[in-house]
Design a protein around this ligand. Structure first.
Ligand code: SAM
Length: 378
């Protein structure tokens, strides 16, 4: 047996195991890719790294700890990799080796994927590889998807396409295995929806946490673009909003809002307003302390409706927008001027202050997703 096929174990009495294990770890002499073995007569064997001589290690253990060790060689059995990327690589390589040995498996080992509960979404780039047709039509393609799902610890698998540029900002998921219905907990909140029909912006996590951290006790809040509750639920559960009115046009998202509200036990503090918010906001005139306007690239169509929905005591608007980095300041000033004009037109008598600009993420090169917190008070 050569050194690669065999592992050297340092076998000691189990009662000394903990001390020897600690000593090997401290000296970086433990081979962490192989599991320890249970040897005969209450003894345990620790795998010794290839990088050190076994005699040298046994002598050091005897001299430092006063413990006698026996050296045993066994065929190498590596532990399955703990890192999901390593597991994915191993699963994909093994499928290609058995089913398409002439193809390069590398493009099928993505560096990133999105996980929504039991569903993992792989990047759309996979579909653009030269091998996609051959792989996806292979009679044993399902074995590949099953192996990938197992490596990622999920039961369903899909390919994520760019978010559709439609009114709903629909998700465009191509399912490879299992079901697109997802349920998962994020920041203590349950979300549940059909991932093939609605988007979930996991990338906006910092903004969701920022909104969740605000104090909205006693406030009536409008979420003008509620989706499946990305902001609606944190505002109710963490920020303590008294009531949220959620406007949403996509029936699939409305269904996610309903099931999510039930799962989080907050249905009694939530009113859904299905349909176009240009119409539904008109029914909420003068009722809100705060409005959330979370649509990209722009939420401008709801600005006037949200302004009119504020109580006579005024409130705060959280306005999402994609803005070129060097134009952010100019955009803030222009937005304040635009609201001053609307306030004057409607005789609302609010004074306006740009309280904060949050840079959420890069949307495209040089283009930022920003949120402007605008305060409007009498
Ligand atoms: C970006 S998505 C989800 C928004 C969520 N606030 C976020 O940032 O993750 C925007 C949502 O607004 C909804 N929507 C778009 N236009 C709408 C409109 N005119 N009235 C009501 N909802 C609308 C879409 O269906 C979608 O669910």
């Amino acid at each position: 047996m050569n050194k690669r096929d065999a592992t050297v174990f340092l076998v000691v009495k189990s009662s000394c195991g903990e001390r020897v294990h600690e000593f090997l770890k401290q000296n970086a002499w433990l081979d962490r890719t192989v599991a320890p073995i249970e040897a005969a007569e209450r003894s345990v064997g620790f795998p010794v790294s290839d990088l050190v001589g076994e005699q040298e290690v046994a002598e050091a253990v005897a001299a430092t700890l006063g413990i006698d060790a026996e050296i045993v060689r066994q065929p190498t059995v590596r532990r399955p990799p703990v890192n999901p990327h390593e597991r994915l690589k191993a699963a994909v390589s093994s499928w290609f080796a058995s089913h398409l040995p002439q193809c390069n498996p590398e493009p099928f080992v993505p560096k990133k994927w999105e996980r929504l509960g039991e569903l993992a979404l792989l990047p759309y780039a996979l579909k653009e590889t030269g091998e996609w047709e051959e792989v996806s039509r292979h009679e044993h393609a399902s074995l590949l998807w099953k192996a990938v799902a197992a490596a990622l610890g999920v039961s369903s698998l899909g390919l994520q396409a760019p978010i559709a540029n439609d009114l709903y900002r629909s998700a465009q998921v191509c399912m490879l295995l299992g079901s697109p219905l997802v349920k998962f907990i994020d920041h203590g909140i349950t979300y549940t929806f059909d991932a093939s029909k609605v988007m979930f912006s996991s990338g906006n996590i910092t903004e969701r946490r920022r909104i969740a951290g605000m104090d909205m006790a006693e406030e009536v809040v409008i979420d003008a673009y509620a989706g499946v509750g990305y902001y609606t639920f944190p505002m109710l559960v963490h920020a303590g909003a008294k009531h949220v009115h959620a406007c949403e046009i996509n029936p699939a998202s409305i269904s996610g809002l309903e099931t999510g509200a039930e799962a989080n036990g907050i249905s009694h503090r939530l009113t859904l307003h299905p349909g176009d918010n240009v119409k539904t906001l008109a029914r909420l005139k003068g009722q809100a302390d705060r409005c959330h306007l979370g649509l990209l690239p722009s939420s401008e169509l709801a600005w006037e409706g949200c302004l009119m929905a504020l109580k006579p005591s005024g409130g705060v608007l959280h306005i999402h927008m994609n803005v070129e980095e060097e134009k952010i300041e100019r955009w803030v000033k222009a937005t304040v001027r635009r609201f001053e004009k609307l306030v004057a037109e409607h005789g609302l008598g609010f004074s306006i202050e740009a309280q904060h600009v949050e840079r959420v993420k890069w949307f495209a090169p040089r283009v930022r997703h920003v949120v402007l917190d605008l305060s409007l008070r009498p």
